[in-house]
Design a protein around this ligand. Structure first.
Ligand code: ZN
Length: 479
């Protein structure tokens, strides 16, 4: 055995012993809880799948702490565990992709949407080009309605993982075309640039295509209420929707861009009451971007706003037994947390409260700065966004990170966004592990039929089997 093939052999046996083949144990039998679920086939007429993208456990806690300290209220997600008295499942989920313990959003959403672990970067396609039928197509073929709601471009990885097949997640023009061809009922988010003929590589006008297929097309929040009862395409931005805190402090954006909770409400109003039921995915997509950016205000207020959408879904499912509601995330990201600060950590709370005076994101701060910015320009810009007066030395470190002369101990943290995030950690006490996804086992909550069968530790692909079984659409999953 050559050293190479021996290594491969060891790796494969390790994978087999871990039972990483989707839903099948090393012995080749389906996992027990999925087997038990078969007796509950068809119990869930509707499925609502809510995903806060890139939400580390620390992010859930941060949003809850800030919501309590600033608004005097628990998040809806945590109050589900704490005070509502409703029956729920709570567990951890292993989100690994086929080629890494650290997944990206494309492989993660595909594991739920297509039932298979695939390589990072692909959407419902195996490394050798096999296509896995995505769950929105399965539900459509079963006569159910399908909807996707996100704060990113609607062609981004997480919604696409429920609805398309491409070898590379960056093929967003193709993903938009697949949405048109596959005829999903409701699409809301950003990403106009993948629908407009001026910006599409093939020069095709997809808005005209959707219109010809009978969709109502809206681009402003105010048009949502008057949109016809037919299919809906709501695209509210050229790229991603703005971060919550940037939107709230810009009256034009506030008037034109709906919140994720507003979009979720519209979606449920339109999909509710159908005899065959529906599948709706709702993604708080920019929580992930806030984490990548080490951007505390972006992260926390987008998570709090995602939580408002969770409330809409919890209200919708209250008192009914025909809807499976899943609330989760696809991976950790940058693993933020409040660090203990001061004598016996007594300064941490007050430092965290400094977030309440932020008017803009770190992304907003950095958008007007570059390597030619002076220390005082940096100081002023940070203060305008945060009310925090950083020191000259800190401004200088930010400036050096922008011209590439700052050296950090952990090299992945030498970028301007990481350095700004670390500088502000001296005032907020919120610090970051890095600027990328992590391998955390993620938080998973579920309500509705079938949850009593779930194991406390699940694998990503099992949610696909769970949804298809409970909705009674298994026969449409093939092909
Ligand atoms: Zn990400």
């Amino acid at each position: 055995m050559s050293s190479m093939s021996r290594k491969e052999f060891l790796r494969n046996s390790a994978l087999a012993s871990l039972g990483l083949a989707p839903t099948i144990t090393a012995a080749g039998t389906p996992r027990h809880w999925l087997q038990r679920l078969k007796g509950k086939q068809g119990r869930a007429k509707n499925i609502i799948f809510m995903v806060s993208d890139g939400m580390s456990s620390g992010t859930l806690a941060l949003a809850d702490l800030v919501k309590q300290r600033q608004f005097g209220q628990q998040t809806s997600w945590l109050s589900l565990y704490d005070s509502t008295g409703r029956k729920y499942h709570r567990g951890l989920m292993d989100m690994a992709s086929l080629d890494s313990p650290v997944t990206d959003s494309a492989a993660a959403a595909s594991s739920w949407g297509g039932g298979k672990r695939i390589n990072n970067g692909a959407i419902n396609m195996s490394p050798d080009g096999r296509k896995y039928k995505p769950i929105a197509e399965i539900f459509r073929d079963a006569g159910k309605k399908t909807g996707l709601v996100t704060t990113t471009r609607i062609t981004h990885a997480t919604p696409a993982g429920f609805a398309s097949n491409v070898p590379d997640r960056n093929m967003e023009d193709t993903i938009a075309m697949q949405y048109l061809e596959r005829g999903y009922d409701l699409l809301m988010g950003g990403g106009a640039r993948h629908f407009e003929k001026e910006s599409r590589e093939d020069g095709k006008d997809l808005f005209a295509g959707f219109r010809a297929k009978g969709y109502s097309i809206v681009s402003e929040k105010s048009q949502l209420q008057s949109a016809g009862k037919d299919k809906l395409l709501g695209i509210f931005s050229d790229s991603h929707l703005p971060y919550t805190i940037d939107r709230k402090n810009d009256s034009d954006l506030n008037a034109s861009v709906p919140t994720i909770a507003e979009m979720t409400k519209v979606a449920l109003n339109r999909l509710d009451g159908l005899s065959n039921g529906f599948l709706l995915q709702v993604e708080g997509g920019r929580v992930d971007h806030g984490a990548h950016g080490n951007d505390a205000a972006a992260l926390i207020y987008d998570q709090i706003e995602f939580d408002e959408a969770v409330k809409v879904a919890l209200d919708y499912t209250a008192g009914r037994d025909d809807t499976l509601l899943i609330i989760t995330t696809d991976h950790g990201n940058a693993n933020p947390a409040v660090n203990g600060a001061g004598d016996r950590y007594s300064d941490s709370g007050a430092m965290l409260d400094n977030i309440q005076q932020f008017r803009h994101t770190n992304e907003w701060i950095l958008s007007e700065l570059d390597q030619n910015s002076t220390n005082s320009e940096i100081l002023d810009r940070v203060e305008e966004a945060t009310d925090i007066g950083i020191t000259k030395k800190q401004a200088q470190m930010i400036r050096k990170s922008m011209n590439g002369t700052l050296t950090t101990v952990y090299e992945a943290k030498d970028s301007p966004k990481a350095v700004l995030g670390s500088v502000l950690a001296n005032y907020l006490s919120i610090n970051w592990l890095g600027t990328v996804h992590t391998s955390d086992y993620v938080e998973l909550a579920a309500l509705g039929p079938g949850i009593e069968e779930m194991d406390a530790f699940t694998r990503n692909t099992e949610l696909f089997d769970m949804m298809v079984t409970l909705a009674g659409v298994t026969e449409y999953a093939a092909g």
